[in-house]
Design a protein around this ligand. Structure first.
Ligand code: NAG
Ligand code: NAG
Ligand code: NAG
Ligand code: NAG
Ligand code: NAG
Length: 368
């Protein structure tokens, strides 16, 4: 899939960055992003590393605010906002593309959502997608349910209520998790759907948790991990990074091929590989519930949302393009990605992004 852009006027950018002004002292350029919380730690670390990478050429003001995918997208779409790109786990709707045809999504990396439980004395627990859906929709209420027992015949599962924990704030992790539940079960999709909003934030009753099924909530992934650590017999979902330093039990989840898999960097890598760089015309790819025999079922790309031709500030547009080229090809960027529990894009996808197809065009040049 190659999207060729009609180059009205290209801010020609070489990665070497032979910036004339560099000789006249470093210009100051701002590159501001906001949005998805799921990759926010990675983006903050990328920003620091990229600033250092560019320090001889420009003085970069670079920040990434974790505001949630929806809000980040809205800020990119609203011209009055001083945001140059958004981080998003939400795919843009056709309606949004109709309103702003210039928007483009670019995948940056892939991550997994991990199911964590607090079951005293139990170090591994196997779940199936069906049981996971059933726990979150209120069908399964006891850990000793026969369906859970038959999946874990060697465990002495307690006759205790399952304390379902959800995120209370807007979250890309919630979005990816509920997208997976929707892929696992069409009834879930039609009843609860997928959503990123937390508690009390969604006006739409069809896009929210079953309020009779959850017991507790936590703000941010740290809050959720804290609740699960503190509350016996609880279960919740967090990013792989959030589980790193906790002694919590991570569940194995079976995939379409019936194989039970533990979440890990390798498991994400295999899903990305099995996807073989297949993206749709919007450069989106669905990795949830994918087909590979070794594919962990709750994996997703996280994206940037950018404007291709209508950024207001030409310097920021060029710097954004350089940033995209950097994180798709630079080894340190790739290392930071893995350090944050995410997997970089395949070479195939990176090359398609960098090879000139996704240059950021600059409005000021177009109109001058
Ligand atoms: C959005 O548009 C694409 C391409 O025209 C189409 O394939 C897709 O089904 C549309 N999606 C929705 C939700 O209408
Ligand atoms: C919500 O959870 C309750 C409590 O477990 C359950 O009885 C009810 O059927 C669930 N509602 C839906 C729509 O699944
Ligand atoms: C609830 O979970 C059960 C068990 O997986 C499933 O059979 C049912 O379709 C689900 N219903 C909804 C509304 O999610
Ligand atoms: C949601 O609203 C209820 C009732 O107004 C309140 O008790 C609860 O604390 C709110 N939850 C969050 C997460 O704001
Ligand atoms: C790169 O991705 C394209 C599109 O999915 C695919 O046709 C091609 O085989 C891939 N190339 C490699 C080397 O994997």
């Amino acid at each position: 899939m190659f999207v060729t852009w009609r180059l009205v006027c290209v801010a020609v950018i070489t990665l070497a960055g032979s910036d004339v002004r560099a000789t006249l002292g470093r210009p100051s350029v701002s590159l501001l992003g906001s949005g998805a919380s799921f990759p926010s730690r990675l983006y903050v670390e990328w920003a620091a590393a990229f600033k250092a990478f560019r320090k001889d050429k420009v003085q970069l003001q670079m920040t990434y605010k974790s505001t949630g995918s929806g809000q980040g997208n809205a800020m990119t779409i609203d011209r009055r906002q001083e945001v140059h790109y958004a981080g998003s786990d939400l795919l843009l709707t056709n309606n949004t593309y109709r309103q702003v045809p210039d928007l483009q999504m670019l995948p940056t990396s892939a991550g997994a959502v991990v199911i964590i439980v607090n079951l005293p004395g139990i170090k591994t627990l196997k779940l199936t997608p069906e049981v996971l859906v059933g726990i979150y929709n209120g069908t399964y209420t006891l850990w000793s349910d026969p369906d859970l027992k038959s999946l874990n015949p060697d465990l002495d599962l307690p006759m205790k209520h399952i304390r379902v924990v959800v995120r209370s704030d807007t979250s890309g992790t919630t979005e990816i998790f509920t997208r997976a539940l929707s892929a696992f079960d069409t009834k879930w999709r039609d009843t609860f759907g997928w959503f990123s909003k937390g508690l009390n934030e969604s006006a739409d009753p069809n896009l929210r948790w079953n309020s009779s099924a959850y017991w507790l909530s936590g703000r941010t992934s740290l809050g959720v991990s804290g609740v699960v650590t503190a509350v016996k017999y609880s279960i919740s979902y967090v990013s792989l990074l959030a589980t790193r330093h906790l002694g919590l039990t991570r569940c194995k989840l079976s995939n379409k091929a019936g194989r039970s898999l533990a979440p890990s960097l390798d498991a994400i890598r295999r899903v990305v590989k099995a996807g073989n760089g297949k993206f749709d015309t919007r450069f989106n790819a669905d990795l949830v519930d994918s087909n590979g025999a070794q594919s962990y079922p709750i994996v997703a790309y996280t994206y940037l949302v950018i404007r291709m031709k209508t950024m207001k500030n030409c310097d920021s547009a060029k710097e954004l393009y350089r940033y995209i080229a950097w994180f798709t090809t630079n080894e340190e960027a790739s290392y930071l990605c893995k350090e944050n529990g995410m997997i970089p894009l395949s070479k195939n996808a990176s090359e398609r992004i960098v090879r000139g197809k996704y240059r950021v065009l600059c409005e000021r040049l177009i109109h001058s």
